[in-house]
Design a binder for this molecule. Structure first.
Ligand code: PLP
Length: 348
């Protein structure tokens, strides 16, 4: 673990963590208020149906509560999907550089993963469609994609969904949806009506700032939602997370502030990278993937300077690193560390 390079607990506390795409502003003050009163929740099991939160989410999205499934992070939703739809003798399709959890849950279910070559670091709709086999049960699409930040334009995405056979569940992972603008955001929730084989995964971990509480959700056709609800653990989402998520949903101002702060941070970091002559992939999320040659050396060096960024070797992106947008000060510290380290990391 790279953390071992830190010499003391004090170093650890001061560490600027820009490796997991969390919200640098933290959660809404309304969430903090709920947390301060949450002691009474601890000794009781949570509501196994997540009634209030499911109803609030259904209202927000204009759906029926039967179409909402809560998960212990949207990662659990992805796991449940693999349990429900994949097994030996079936396959799942996903793009090169797509979120690493897709191959993990696919292989854990004993199914075959079909990785499709990316186009411009993102989903190639035609190649994804062509990769679908007789035995394919799930198509995973992260949009925006993590770790590359790419976005498949709404019209291309809809066109792809229209061509996917009904026997394939389309898992549209929108963990970074909140960061999209009116111009770039697909009206994906409205598509649920027309495509019973579409499922949308969302999370409270990113823009809502609740990563540590572990809560995400799926929006789907009632029959798919019902299937997931039958195989999940009854108490999969803890009581504090349910209460916090309800409070987070109610604070539109904090969400808006978080989005505005993210835009400023993206601009700060990309301008910094341009100034340093560092190549990067245009992002639609709250993180930026950039090219540095000897990525491991830069990652270690940055850690030594108290800044943690993400290596992407497990994605086959050996010369790249991913930095999450932090506060203005954290972004500055990242850029400063990078500037000092770059001369040591010229590509071989
Ligand atoms: C962060 C992330 C998730 C899930 O996060 P959870 O904390 O498990 O909700 C899902 N998909 C993508 C693409 C992500 O980046």
């Amino acid at each position: 673990m790279p953390e071992l390079l830190l010499t003391s607990e004090i170093d650890r506390a001061r560490l600027v963590k820009l490796a997991s795409n969390e919200n640098p502003l933290g959660p809404s003050p309304r969430v903090l208020e709920v947390l301060s009163r949450s002691q009474t929740l601890v000794s009781r099991y949570p509501d196994p149906s997540g009634f209030e939160l499911r109803h609030a989410l259904a209202r927000q999205h204009g759906l029926n509560p039967e179409q909402v499934v809560l998960g212990n992070g949207s990662s659990e939703i992805l796991e449940l999907l693999a349990h429900a739809f994949l097994s030996p003798g079936t396959s799942a399709v996903y793009s090169q550089y797509a979120f690493i959890v897709y191959p993990i849950v696919t292989k854990a279910a004993g199914a075959r993963g079909i990785e499709v070559e990316a186009c411009g670091f993102g989903n190639d709709p035609e190649a994804l469609l062509n990769a679908i086999m007789e035995d394919t049960r799930i198509l995973f699409i992260a949009n925006p994609n993590n770790p590359t930040g790419t976005l498949l334009a709404p019209d291309l995405l809809l066109n792809l969904i229209q061509q996917i056979p009904q026997t394939v569940l389309i898992v549209l992972d929108e963990a970074y949806f909140e960061y999209l603008s009116a111009a770039t955001a697909p009206r994906s929730v409205e598509w649920l009506d027309k495509f019973p084989n579409l499922l949308i995964a969302r999370t409270f971990s990113k823009a809502y700032g609740l990563a540590g509480l572990r809560i995400g959700y799926a929006l789907a056709h009632p029959s798919v939602a019902n299937l997931l609800n039958r195989i999940r653990q009854p108490f999969n989402v803890n009581a504090v997370a349910q209460a916090a998520a309800l409070a987070a949903l109610a604070d539109k101002d904090h969400l808006e502030q978080s989005i505005v702060a993210n835009q400023a941070g993206v601009s700060q970091i990309t301008h910094g990278l341009q100034r340093l002559g560092v190549e990067y992939i245009q992002t639609h999320g709250n993180f930026i993937t950039f090219r540095v040659g000897n990525a491991q050396l830069i990652q270690r060096g940055a850690l030594g300077r108290g800044v943690l960024v993400r290596e992407l070797d497990n994605y086959g992106l050996l010369e790249y690193l991913r930095v999450s947008v932090g506060t203005a000060d954290e972004n500055r510290r990242f850029l400063q560390a990078l500037e000092n380290l770059l001369p040591m990391a010229e590509p071989a």
